[in-house]
Ligand binder design. Structure first.
Ligand SMILES: *[C@@H]1O[C@H](CO)[C@@H](O)[C@H](O)[C@H]1NC(C)=O
Ligand SMILES: [Zn+2]
Length: 241
């Protein structure tokens, strides 16, 4: 009887373990540390608080895996099953990703944002950027910061959550200038090699080398940048307009 019982338990355990492996559930922990701060109040009342943010984070997580990095095989993904978000009172960048799976968003920033978009739109865009940092590979720290930030902004470009001030094609001085400048360059590389950016990300799992650009496109990154600039002449708007 006892052995039959343990057989059942064993079977049950095996089934539930395999189920968890295949249908790993992602967790999103959202903590508003400053519910009485102007920014904390706006997080609840204007953005929609946890009720808006939890499904948003789940959606962005899937978007990054499926669309941005094409990691349909879980073995290719960064092993992160929980993302934690803190709304916090600190002066500095609007958002910062740290410690592998944590994001701080500035309550001061939320309180003072007076941008061209709504606060909810701006917060959503910020979450696309920061969550990319959670799930991207960075060559175990060897990837230049400009490329890391460029890939995070590439996500907001692809997701159509880029603000009106986002760089148009062709702007910038260097391919690794970062943010929107680098995002536009990655978009250009996608046009040369299908899914270039997801391939580049997946190559950066254990290390990074600038030759990855050449491995993927057949051309060194400096040649790619020159050709990109030549094909996308950028004229800054006249001063004072
Ligand atoms: C984010 O907030 C946490 C908790 O409030 C703090 O311990 C951590 O240092 C912050 N991280 C960064 C990078 O500022
Ligand atoms: Zn960033």
């Amino acid at each position: 009887m006892a052995s039959l019982m343990s057989f059942y338990l064993y079977t049950l355990l095996t089934i539930s373990l395999s189920f968890n492996l295949i249908y790993a559930k992602q967790n999103f922990v959202i903590i508003n540390q400053v519910p009485n701060h102007g920014g904390g109040i706006k997080f609840e009342k204007v953005i929609g608080g946890i009720a808006y943010t939890r499904p948003l984070m789940a959606k962005i997580n899937q978007y990054i895996w499926n669309v941005i990095f094409k990691q349909t095989n879980p073995a290719d993904r960064k092993a992160v099953d929980t993302v934690e978000l803190f709304i916090k009172d600190y002066d500095g960048a609007e958002g910062v990703t740290w410690g592998n799976n944590k994001i701080n968003v500035s309550a001061i920033y939320l309180n003072e944002y007076r941008g061209p978009m709504t606060l909810k739109w701006e917060f959503t865009s910020l979450m696309y950027h920061e969550m990319t940092h959670v799930f991207q590979w960075n060559g175990e720290g060897k990837c230049p910061v400009g490329l890391v930030e460029g890939i995070a902004d590439y996500t907001i470009l692809r997701a159509n959550y880029y603000p009106p001030g986002f760089a148009p094609k062709g702007r910038g001085l260097r391919w690794d200038e970062g943010y929107d400048i680098t995002a536009r360059f990655l978009e250009y590389c996608d046009g040369l090699v299908p899914e270039f950016t997801s391939k580049l990300n997946n190559m950066m799992r254990r290390t990074y080398d600038v030759s990855f650009f050449q491995q993927l496109t057949g051309k060194p990154v400096d040649v790619l940048w020159q050709e990109y600039k030549a094909k996308n002449p950028y004229t800054p708007p006249p001063a004072g307009v």
